[in-house]
Design a protein around this ligand. Structure first.
Ligand SMILES: C[S@@+](CC[C@H](N)C(=O)[O-])C[C@H]1O[C@@H](n2cnc3c(N)ncnc32)[C@H](O)[C@@H]1O
Length: 302
């Protein structure tokens, strides 16, 4: 099932459990190197996802995936794998997984995944995915393409690697289109803060983001939890950050760093996601109406 690379590796690094194949041929046009470096640092700090948590979140992210899309005969690729948490989640459901990321996160992924004989890790980006077109039965890119300058091109580059009749899964940030004035104003403030915070030196950025997690995220999240305990779930659902009401503090800190520490972040409406997927050559598109928004899957046409 495992295919050869379509280009020569720049170097192979023997990490803890698996070899990491490095490809440095990216033309650098559709990649934001400061974002990639920042994620390398971020994942080096936040990598202790436990299996129960991965399983719980995985069920939310992959609720639209069925056995026809992913099964033991599936040759899959995780593009922008980060810590490898979703590769790990799907590992016992696929035949073989290629996990690819341009940052040092691949070394973290190696540790999180541990010894496994149906995964290979590579350091590469969407514009130099080291496999021929039409190689994979299933490709996924979870929380990645909105951090790339030209999201549509990056999606096209991913979908090209999927066989005709195979599937492409994506998670993209949403633009709060169904939310009111207050949410949209908060987003504008957050965006301005993100631009400032993401330009800070790594250590200061981390301290500031931890402070935001404690002083901004937690009071809102704890209010939501209190409302749920009082039987007022509908009201709790209307609060900002409601997605984190059942998440551990560790994930909340990680997401605060993700949200405020990354210089490039794009957001899309449901229509834009649909149209990008169609432009990339996908049909039978399902965009979930449940959190996290937007997670979607489509089938590659001829
Ligand atoms: C928010 S993280 C998501 C990681 C993982 N998919 C997850 O959900 O846990 C975004 C990842 O995209 C990677 N990335 C950034 N630019 C990329 C590019 N041009 N090609 C592929 N991956 C990229 C980063 O290195 C980072 O690990």
């Amino acid at each position: 099932m495992k295919k050869n690379f379509n280009q020569s590796t720049t170097r192979i690094v023997s990490a803890g459990f698996n070899e990491i194949h490095c490809f440095d041929e990216s033309d650098g046009k559709n990649i934001d190197q400061s974002v990639v470096d920042s994620f390398g640092e971020e994942w080096a700090k936040f990598h202790e996802f436990d299996d129960i948590e991965i399983d719980r979140l995985g069920k939310m992210y992959f609720d639209i995936i069925n056995d026809k899309m992913v099964n033991k005969n599936t040759y899959a690729i995780d593009i922008g794998c980060g810590t490898g948490r979703w590769s790990k989640y799907l590992l016992d459901k696929v035949g073989f997984m290629e996990a690819v990321d341009p940052s040092d996160a691949v070394f973290v992924a190696d540790k999180l995944i541990g010894p496994a004989n149906n995964i290979r890790l590579s350091k590469a980006s969407t514009d130099n995915i080291p496999f021929n077109d039409e190689t994979f039965d299933f490709a996924m890119s979870v929380g990645v393409l909105h951090h790339i300058p030209d999201t549509q091109k990056a999606m096209n580059d991913c979908v090209k690697k999927v066989k005709t009749g195979g599937y492409f899964y994506v998670y993209l940030y949403y633009d709060l289109e169904n939310k009111g004035f207050i949410f949209k104003t908060i987003l504008k403030i957050v965006t301005a803060m993100r631009k400032l915070i993401s330009s800070l030196p790594a250590i200061i950025k981390k301290i500031v983001c931890d402070f935001i997690a404690v002083s901004v995220y937690m009071p809102v999240i704890l209010t939501g939890r209190l409302l749920i305990n009082l039987g007022l779930s509908k009201m709790a659902n209307k609060l900002p950050l409601n997605m984190y009401q059942n998440q551990p503090f560790y994930i909340i800190r990680n997401d605060a760093l993700d949200r405020f520490g990354t210089s490039l972040e794009q957001r899309f409406s449901r229509r834009e996601v649909q149209s990008m997927m169609e432009n990339a050559g996908l049909s039978e598109i399902i965009i979930a109406t449940t959190l996290p928004y937007w997670h979607a899957v489509g089938k590659r046409e001829k």
